[in-house]
Design a binder for this molecule. Structure first.
Ligand code: SAH
Length: 302
């Protein structure tokens, strides 16, 4: 039976603990009676996260555990209920939420109740994290009709699929993590009406540094007959503040002038640094926050 490397954390605010753990590729987290448990793909990542937490927050108490996956799945499934952000509801497969409207193109968004079925798994992105909700809210501020969307760090695939539900013509999600791509593809199968969505394993630095990358995506046809697609209309990137800053130029390059970037994964304390990293070629359209997290909607100007 597969075992997952888990770190139990007490004596520290869950948001702060997750912000530190986030640099070590956590795959899932759950909070129960004041104890935060963060799951990692490997024991090495888990142990490094534990050391970083101990160094930054000496008062925090951490213990390591190996959890079998059935146990994790059972408990997390009990915890996960549908989450609604604006007109979109993220529901687990066993939820009683009726699939009221599964049309991908919605003439009247306000009146719509769009449902996405997402299986809680080790992939991040069930709608239970504030940063996913901030991205879902920002996506609804953009007219996605006929848009081509690139979701960088797709996790469960939630943002790519949501973009398509909200009217985008096509959406591609990329992620470095093979498990994330697998869970995104499984989630896509749970929403069989969603065509025009694809997931590919890839690192944003490699993918977005390659001029051929966007034009190679079959689901994103070229912008004009005979010319390769080099940009999309919207990039979503729910990563970390540090990663957004480091990859700002590549992310902006991937969006057409006048197109939008939906960014989250940054903490409010990182907001001004992230805005600064994008300031040369974008203007902020919306800056929102939930808990200690921030969500940004930027428009590319240059
Ligand atoms: N988009 C989902 C998941 C965000 S979690 C949501 O909004 O809920 C961030 C994801 O980014 C993780 O799945 C992680 O594997 C991925 N990631 C981290 N660094 C990356 C990189 N350099 N290139 C591509 N994906 C990356």
């Amino acid at each position: 039976m597969a075992l997952y490397a888990a770190l139990d954390i007490t004596g520290l605010d869950a948001g702060l603990a997750l912000a530190v753990a986030d640099d070590y590729s956590p795959t899932a987290a759950e909070e129960h009676e004041g104890r935060l448990t963060v799951f990692f793909a490997t024991a090495i990542d888990r142990d490094r996260a534990g050391e970083a937490l101990a160094a930054q927050f000496p008062a925090a108490h951490t213990t390591t555990r190996d959890v079998d996956d059935e146990d994790w799945a059972r408990r997390s499934q009990q915890n996960l209920k549908p989450v609604t952000v604006g007109c979109i509801t993220i529901a687990p497969p066993w939820s009683l939420t009726p699939v009221i409207n599964s049309q991908p193109v919605i003439p009247n968004l306000q009146a719509a109740n769009l449902v996405l079925i997402i299986e809680p798994s080790m992939g991040f992105g069930t709608g239970h994290h504030a940063t996913t909700r901030l991205c879902l809210a920002a996506l609804q501020m953009v007219d996605l009709t006929e848009a081509f969307v690139l979701d960088v760090g797709t996790g469960s695939g939630v943002l790519a699929m949501a973009a398509r539900r909200l009217g985008a013509r096509a959406a591609v999600g990329i992620d470095t993590d093979a498990d994330a791509i697998q869970s995104a593809n499984e989630n896509l199968q749970l929403n069989p009406d969603l065509n025009g969505v694809a997931f590919e394993r890839g690192d944003l630095y490699v993918a977005l540094s390659s001029p051929a990358f966007l034009s190679s995506l079959m689901v994103l046809p070229s912008s004009q007959p005979g010319s390769a697609r080099t940009t999309v209309d919207v990039v979503t990137a729910n990563l970390t503040g540090a990663l957004l800053i480091r990859s700002a130029e590549l992310l902006v390059n991937a969006v057409r002038i006048g197109g939008h970037l939906v960014l989250s994964g940054l903490m409010q304390s990182e907001q001004s640094a992230v805005l600064e990293a994008f300031a040369d070629r974008t203007v902020p359209i919306s800056v929102a926050s939930e808990e200690e997290w921030a969500g940004l909607l930027l428009r590319r100007t240059l």
